[in-house]
Design a protein around this ligand. Structure first.
Ligand code: SF4
Length: 612
C-alpha cells in the first residue's frame, strides 16, 4: 500500500534508545492510520488495572496515508494512550503544521515508552532521532515561550508538540499544544507526556511517501476543494470559526448553560459577531486548509497582544456553562489554558460544577477559600490560575468532576462526565443519538464520536447510506441502530486523520484512499473499517475494566429542563442502548463485543483475550 513509510519510530525513554518499528502491510490494511493504527499498537501494552501514569503506558503520535497528500482538511495527527483522565482508551487529535511535519520525518508515527530520568524532548528530522535535555525548559515559561526556545535550538521549520505546567504537574486534563494554539485537548494526554518527563516531541523534515495514482489524486484534490468551497458552512467557519454555531445551537437546545440546568441565555453576548465587533481578529489554518477555522484575537492587551482562539467549545464552557457573559474573561481563560496546557472543556465543566455546588452549599466558602458565584469572570480566572498552580481549591478542581463529587460528598449523579471524561458543550438532551453516543463512545463523553449535531441535523447530507433516515432528532425510535452506524462512520475521522469539519462525502473519501494507496476501497468498506476501529477500542476498554454498566449518563443531563427547545425531553437511554447493543453484536451482560463479532472483524487476538 502506498501512502506510508511502513514504519514508526519507537523510542524507549527509560533506556534512551530509538529504533524503527515496522508496520506490516496487513496491519496497514486492517487499521489504516491515525487513532486506529495507534490502538493496534497500544493494544500490545494494555493490561487490566494499568496505571495510566506508569512508564509502561505508551503514548503514540500517529498520522495516516492522507497526511501530505494535498487533499485539504486531512492533515491531522492522533495522540493516543491509556488516558490519565479516565483510565480507559484515550485519544485526542491536533492540527496546525505538526501533523505534516511529523510525516515529513520519514515515519508514519512515533511510539514512546518508558520514562526519562530527567526532563527531555525528542527531536526527529529526516529519519534521525535525538533525545535531548529539556531541564532548561521544564518549569519555566508558557507553551509559546517553550515553542520559540525549541525552534531556536533546532530548526525554525520544526513543529513542537509541547506540554506546559499542566502536563508537567500531571494535571488530570492536561493538554498537548502545538503551532498556533492547536491543542490535543481531551483525555489528559499532556499528563501522560509529563509522566514520562517528556517536554516536547519536535518534528521536521522533507520526506515524502509515494502515491499510487498521482494524476487521479490531482483530480480528486480539485473535487475536494470544490466540495469544500460550495459547502454551506464554509463561509461561516471563515468568518466566525466554530463559534458561528452559538446562536443556532441555543435555538436547538444544544448549548448547556448554568452547569447543564438551563438552555436559554443571551447568546448575542457570546456569539461569533460579538467577538468580531469587540476585537480585531484574524484567522489561522492547518496546513493546506482552505477554510481556516482558527480564530486569533489581536491586540488583546499590551502584555498579551495575540490570543489563539477561542472556538465554540471553549466559549460555551467558560461562557454560558458558567453563566459568564463577559467575553474578555472568556478570551483570557482560553489563553491561560492554551499557555499552560489544560483542556478548556474539562476546565470549564469543573469550574461550573464548583459554582453549582457552591450555590447548593455542598462546597463552602471555607473549603473554597473564596466565594464562587455564577457569572463571576474574575473568580473563573482565579480558579484556572489555582488549577495550574495546583494550589487551594484549584488542586481539587483539576482532578475533574468525578473526583470533585467524591471528595466533596456531592451526589455522583450531579457530576457531568461519562467514564471520567467531562461532558462537552453539546447537551445530550438536544439529540437523542448524541446521548447514546456519549454513553457508549470509546473515550467517554465525546462530541466527536457521534457528531449528531451535524449528522442528525435537518438537511445534512454526508452520503452515508445506512438504510435509516430521520427527520426528528428528538425521536429515539431506531436511534440505537443509527448510532451504531454513525459511531462506526465517525471512527474514520481520527483514523484517516480527517478534520472533523470536513464536508467530504464518504464516497469521495474512499476514492481518495484508493488513489493514494492503490487498493480499492468503497464507501461501505470504510464503514466496516470504522466498525473494526470501534470494536478494537472497545476491547481495549473491556480489558481496562469497562462493562455495560459504564455505558450511562449522569442524572444531571437526564433530567428534563423546563425551558428552551428541549423542555420536557429526557434521553430514552435504555431503549436506545438495547438496540445499539443488538446491532453492534455486543453482549448485554458483559458489555464486550461477542467473540463472533470480533472474529468477523479480524480481531482474533482480542477475541482470544476477551474470551479466555
Ligand atoms: S477547518 Fe479548522 S481544524 Fe479543520 S483543517 Fe481547517 S483550520 Fe484545521
Amino acid at each position: 500500500m502506498k501512502g506510508y513509510f511502513g514504519k514508526f519510530l519507537k523510542i524507549d525513554l527509560t533506556g534512551g534508545q530509538a529504533e524503527d518499528l515496522l508496520i506490516h502491510e496487513d496491519d496497514r490494511k486492517m487499521f489504516i492510520g491515525g487513532s486506529t493504527l495507534a490502538a493496534s499498537i497500544i493494544y500490545n501494552y494494555v493490561k487490566p488495572k494499568m496505571d495510566p501514569l506508569a512508564p509502561e503506558n505508551p503514548i503514540v503520535f500517529a498520522t495516516g496515508p492522507f497526511v501530505g497528500s494535498n487533499i485539504p482538511m486531512v492533515s491531522r495527527a492522533a495522540i493516543c494512550g491509556v488516558s490519565p483522565a479516565t483510565g480507559i482508551w484515550g485519544e485526542a487529535t491536533t492540527g496546525g503544521k505538526f501533523p505534516l511535519r511529523l510525516k515529513a520525518t520519514g515515519y508514519d508515527g512515533i511510539l514512546i515508552t518508558g520514562r526519562a530520568e530527567k526532563p527531555v524532548y525528542v527531536y526527529v528530522k529526516d529519519g534521525h532521532a535525538q533525545i535531548r535535555d529539556a531541564a532548561h525548559l521544564w518549569g519555566t515559561g508558557d507553551f509559546y515561550e517553550t515553542q520559540e526556545k525549541i525552534k531556536a535550538e533546532v530548526d525554525d521549520r520544526a513543529s513542537a508538540a509541547c506540554i506546559g505546567a499542566g502536563g508537567e504537574k500531571q494535571i488530570h486534563f492536561a493538554s498537548i499544544m502545538n503551532d498556533e494554539g492547536r491543542a490535543a485537548g481531551r483525555c489528559g494526554m499532556g499528563a501522560l507526556m509529563g509522566s514520562k518527563n517528556l517536554k516536547a516531541v519536535v518534528v521536521s523534515g522533507n520526506e515524502k511517501t509515494e502515491v499510487a495514482d498521482r494524476e487521479g489524486l490531482k483530480a480528486l484534490v480539485t473535487e475536494a476543494r470544490d466540495s469544500i468551497g460550495s459547502n454551506a458552512y464554509t463561509n461561516a467557519y471563515r468568518l466566525y470559526g466554530t463559534n458561528f454555531y452559538m446562536d443556532l445551537a441555543m435555538r436547538l437546545g444544544d448549548v448547556p448553560a448554568k452547569y447543564f440546568t438551563r438552555s436559554v441565555f443571551p447568546a448575542s453576548k457570546v456569539h461569533g459577531p460579538a467577538f468580531r465587533s469587540r476585537y480585531r481578529m484574524s484567522g489561522s489554518a492547518c496546513s493546506g486548509c482552505p477554510i481556516g477555522c482558527g480564530r486569533v484575537v489581536l491586540d488583546f492587551t499590551e502584555r498579551i497582544p495575540r490570543v489563539d482562539g477561542p472556538e465554540y467549545e471553549t466559549v460555551a464552557a467558560f461562557g454560558p456553562l458558567c453563566m459568564n457573559f463577559d467575553i474578555d474573561t472568556v478570551v483570557m481563560a482560553n489563553h491561560l489554558c492554551n499557555a499552560y496546557g489544560i483542556d478548556t472543556i474539562s476546565a470549564g465543566v469543573s469550574i461550573a460544577f464548583a459554582m453549582y455546588l457552591y450555590e447548593k452549599g455542598t462546597l463552602t466558602r471555607e473549603q473554597a477559600g473564596m466565594e464562587i458565584r455564577w457569572g463571576d469572570g474574575a473568580t473563573l480566572l482565579k480558579l484556572i490560575d489555582l488549577m495550574i498552580k495546583q494550589e487551594g481549591i484549584g488542586a481539587l478542581l483539576s482532578k475533574g468532576v468525578r473526583e470533585m463529587a467524591k471528595q466533596l460528598g456531592a451526589d455522583p449523579e450531579a457530576a457531568a462526565h461519562v467514564k471520567g471524561l467531562e461532558i462537552p458543550m453539546h447537551d445530550p438532551r438536544a439529540y437523542q443519538g448524541a446521548a447514546l453516543a456519549y454513553a457508549v463512545g470509546p473515550r467517554g463523553a465525546c462530541h466527536l464520536k457521534g457528531a449528531f449535531y451535524s449528522l442528525d441535523a435537518p438537511g445534512t447530507e454526508v452520503g452515508l447510506d445506512v438504510g435509516i433516515s430521520f427527520t426528528d432528532k428528538n425521536n429515539p425510535d431506531q436511534k440505537g441502530a443509527f448510532a451504531a452506524k454513525v459511531l462506526s462512520f465517525c471512527e474514520i475521522y481520527n483514523s484517516l486523520t480527517l478534520c472533523q469539519f470536513s464536508p467530504l462525502r464518504v464516497s469521495l473519501i474512499a476514492k481518495i484512499l484508493s488513489a493514494i494507496t492503490g487498493e480499492n476501497f468503497a464507501a461501505m468498506d470504510l464503514l466496516s473499517f470504522g466498525e473494526r476501529s470501534l470494536n478494537l477500542k472497545r476491547a481495549i476498554n473491556n480489558i481496562l475494566g469497562v462493562t455495560r454498566k459504564d455505558d450511562t449518563l449522569p442524572g444531571i443531563v437526564r433530567t428534563p429542563l423546563s425551558e428552551g427547545a428541549t423542555a420536557g425531553i429526557a434521553p430514552a437511554l435504555e431503549m436506545m442502548l438495547k438496540e445499539f447493543y443488538a446491532v453492534c453484536d455486543w453482549d448485554w451482560d458483559t458489555g464486550k463485543p461477542t467473540k463472533k463479532k470480533l472474529l468477523e472483524l479480524g480481531l482474533s487476538r482480542a477475541a482470544r483475550d476477551l474470551y479466555k
